[in-house]
Design a protein around this ligand. Sequence first.
Ligand code: MRU
Length: 351
Amino acid sequence: MEVKAIDWGASGTVRLLDQTLLPGEVRYLDIGSTDQMIEAIKLLRVRGAPLIGIAAAMELAVAAERRSTGGGGSDQAALEWLDDTARGLRGARPTAVNLAWAVDRMAARGSAALDSGGEEELASALREEAQKIWDEDAEMCRAIGDAGAEVVQRGAAILTHCNAGRLATGGVGTALGVIYAAHDQGKDVRVYVDETRPLNQGSRLTAWELTESGIPCTVITDSMAATLMASGSLDMVVVGADRIAANGDIANKIGTYGLAVLADAHGIPFYSAAPSSTFDLSLEAGSEIPIEQRAREEVATAEGAEVFNPAFDITPARLITGIITDRGIVKSPSRESIRKMFADQESGATA
Ligand code: MRU
């Protein structure tokens, strides 16, 4: 698929594919201010845990370029500007830890550049760091695909939820990265795509991505998953994750928990795929993960009715067969198995 979800734009801008218009229209937006980027993240024009981290990192870099073109200021003023801009971007969405992780990493790099070379070094250091975050994510997606393809049987029918593919990451995706890798190995996989109410990231985005890549897929509404599993025609479930706590509980798109319960009831393996940047070892359990509540307008209903619209839910580790990461698969995830694989990340966790 040639379409890119994100790119560097003309000077001082980031190019975003407006995902709210897909699959009907492929339109790019040139984001030229931090407020515009925050709005694009909030409105899900750009979305997916790793990709919003990359988008925020790229925005910080081009914002520094705009600042230096505008004349800059003292190093102290630059540091205050960096803190403020980082805080605004960090707060755009609360659940995916990749956003906070990427922004904090950019702020640390920016502050080190100001210390060593003053404002002259800021913009180039930030652009280099943002590109690194993007490149590393692409590499992690590739590694997740390689690790995950091993647990995909030839001819497998796989159910996925939301969109955890090229439109959600800096590379081929996490859950879809596994599917692409299995497909590339000639495993002849078939994909069932959950519609993913209320914003339909499955039926709009994943179905578009898979058809563009020539992978056969069948869309179901979220309420059909139980019937699909009971029919005996499903072999595994693979989803992404927005944040993973130290005990292996995962936050992912609303509806994921229901799928895990159903998969458990039908004896179907349930996998989550995520890069190292999605693990938040500062949180003991999924109950500590902040869950984004979204506007009532996203759910069509009668004017007087109240709406409960959490964007994510928590799937407990006990329902997860394995977490597929860029470092390998954490089977039957637990505090011990996660600590073993991510010991080096324990002190650097992000709240
Ligand atoms: O609200 P969204 O569309 O940003 O939610 C995205 C998901 O839940 C994905 O499954 C998750 O971010 C993993 S993306 C590789």
